[in-house]
Design a protein around this ligand. Sequence first.
Ligand code: TRP
Length: 353
Amino acid sequence: MKNIILTGDRPTGRLHIGHYAGSLKRRVELQNSNKFDQIFIMIADAQALTDNFDNPAKVRSNITQVALDYLAAGIDPLKTTIFIQSQIPELTELTFYYMNLVTVSRLQRNPTVKSEIEMRKFEKSIPAGFLCYPISQAADITAFKATTVPVGEDQMPMIEQTREIVRRFNSVYKPVLTEPNALLPENDACMRLPGTDGKAKMSKSLGNCIYLSDEAEEVKEKIMNMYTDPSHILVSDPGHIEGNTVFTYLDAFCTDCHFEEFLPEYNNLDELKAHYQKGGLGDVKIKRFLNNVIEEELRPIREKRKELEKNPEIIYELLKKGSLCARKTACETLDEVKRAMQIDYFAEGRTSF
Ligand code: TRP
C-alpha cells in the first residue's frame, strides 16, 4: 500500500506559530523524509466558507497568504501538491454520497463541531453546511486515499469521523476507501501552544498570536509582553513554570544548542527551569532568550516569504497546477466510489441498468 499524506488549513488568516508548531513544521519534516509516495496539502476554502459564507473576500485573500506561509516554511511544490479545495468539485460529490452514511446526532456529538457551535452561537440554528463539514473533511481525506493526516489535536474527532465513514462505506458497498491515521505532534507543548496571553487558544480575534509573517520587532514586542507567572513579582521570588507561557514556548522550540548560543550559563532547559523555580531569575532574561530562539526559527521563514511575495503570479500558477493535479486523483477515486455504489451508468462496458 502507498503511503499518502493529505492535510490542510482553512484560509481564514495568515498562519501563526501555533499552526507551525502543531503541524506545519512536522509536515515539512515528513515531506523531506522521503518516506511518502504522495503528499497533498489543501487550502480548505470551501470548509472556511461553512462559517464565513458571508465574507468571501476574507477567504479569497487568505488563500495566497496561506500558500505563502506554506512555501516560506519549507513546503516544496516539487515534492508536495498544494491545491485549493473548491477547485475539486469531486470532493463535493463525495460529500453528498457520504452524507447517507452519517447521522445528524453523530455530527452534533463531534466534540470539535460542538465547541465551534458554542463559540459561534449557532446553537439555535446551525447552518446545515457547517454541521456537515466533518463529512466534507472525510471526502478530502478519502479522495486521495490518504493513509496519514498530520494535524493538531483538535482535528482528532474529524479523523475518527472519517474512519467511521470509511468502514461504513466499505461494508455497505465495496472496500474502496482507505482508513487514515492521524499524526499528532510528539511534543506536548507543540500540540497545545497557548496564545501569548496564556489563553488556551491562539486566535486572531484575541490578538494573542505570533504570525509567521510578523516582523522581528513585532515578535519581540509580543514576547516581551507575554504572560508568565503573575505571582513572580520580584526577581528573587520563586517562580512557577506550569502555565507559564514563556516556558511552554521554550518547551516547544528550544534545544540545548540554543543555550550554547544564547545563554551559555545554563546547559539546558531543565537547569533554567530549576533556577526559575528556586528564585533569582527574572522574566526579562527568559523572554530575551525565548526571543532569540523564536527569531532563529522565524527569520529564515520571514525572509523567504518576503522573496516569494514579490512574485504573486508564481503562487497563482503553482496553485492552479496543483489543483489540476489533485483533481485527477480525486476523479479516479470518485469513479471507483460510483462504481461501488452502482451509479456508473454510462461508464465503459456498462451498457444496461
Ligand atoms: N479542519 C482543518 C482545520 O480547520 C482543515 C481541513 C480541511 C483538513 N480538510 C482537511 C485538515 C483534511 C486535514 C485533512 O484546520
